[in-house]
Design a protein around this ligand. Structure first.
Ligand SMILES: O=C(O)c1ccccc1NCC(=O)[C@H](O)[C@H](O)COP(=O)(O)O
Length: 213
């Protein structure tokens, strides 16, 4: 199963992700986040090639700013985690792959939320609704994906933590997991905001790929 480790801030840790089996590294370009990457790393450091797919996470940023970061940091994908409109996504998607994030609460009709974004995004990400925009450390009930027609590959996110491997594998075999593209992990694997416990990350990825239900 593919894993994205989000909220990276330490170059040395980014360099180790591939060897731990991660596919994506997420970088938060949102100044209000405690994981705001430009507080810790320069765009030159971010540009460095390190065999990991770099995902830039933005929240209601200006289009020019997003495209400038894509170019300067050689981002492979952008994750739009705010209230970006389909038109906005379409403009970004002319230049780079777009993952639109949706923050979910219990009674949301997911397909109603995602439908306007079908044509302008490459993938979706489902996260938990919270006070802030992301990194809440809280899970949503994955069952709410049941009976929804999603129709796009998606990242499963929100409060995923060490010990969730078996339930993720069980979930991945359910009809509602059709389209599950990758698992997104973040705050539950940290020693402090932006600093990951790489041992926990490595064990999690290894377990995900070996556990049989
Ligand atoms: O992580 C942040 O600080 C953050 C802030 C603002 C927007 C998005 C943010 N994170 C985006 C992610 O993709 C996180 O991995 C996702 O929200 C799940 O985080 P967690 O619940 O901590 O596992």
């Amino acid at each position: 199963m593919r894993v994205k480790v989000c909220g990276m801030t330490q170059l040395a840790q980014v360099d180790r992700l591939e060897s731990l089996g991660a596919t994506f590294a997420g970088f938060i370009f949102y100044p209000k986040s405690p994981r705001y990457v430009l507080r810790y790393m320069t765009t030159t450091q971010l540009k460095k090639e390190n065999n990991i797919n770099k995902v830039g996470v933005f929240v209601n940023a200006g289009i020019e700013e997003v495209l400038q970061m894509v170019d300067e940091c050689r981002l492979h994908m952008v994750q739009l985690h705010g209230d970006e409109t389909p038109k906005y996504c379409e403009k970004i998607a002319d230049y780079v792959s777009v993952v639109k994030a949706f923050r979910l609460s219990e009674n949301d009709s997911i397909s109603w939320m995602t439908r306007p974004y079908m044509e302008c995004c490459d993938m979706f990400l489902f996260d938990t609704m919270g006070v802030g925009y992301g990194g809440t450390g809280k899970k949503f009930d994955w069952k709410i994906l049941k009976d929804e027609h999603i129709g796009k590959p998606f990242f499963l996110s929100g409060g995923i933590e060490p010990g969730d491997e078996e339930s993720l594998i069980t979930f991945s075999k359910q009809p509602e997991a059709k389209g599950l593209f990758a698992i997104d992990i973040n705050s539950r694997f940290e020693t402090s905001p932006g600093v990951k416990d790489l041992e926990k990350v490595g064990t999690f990825i290894k377990n995900l790929n070996v556990i049989q239900p």
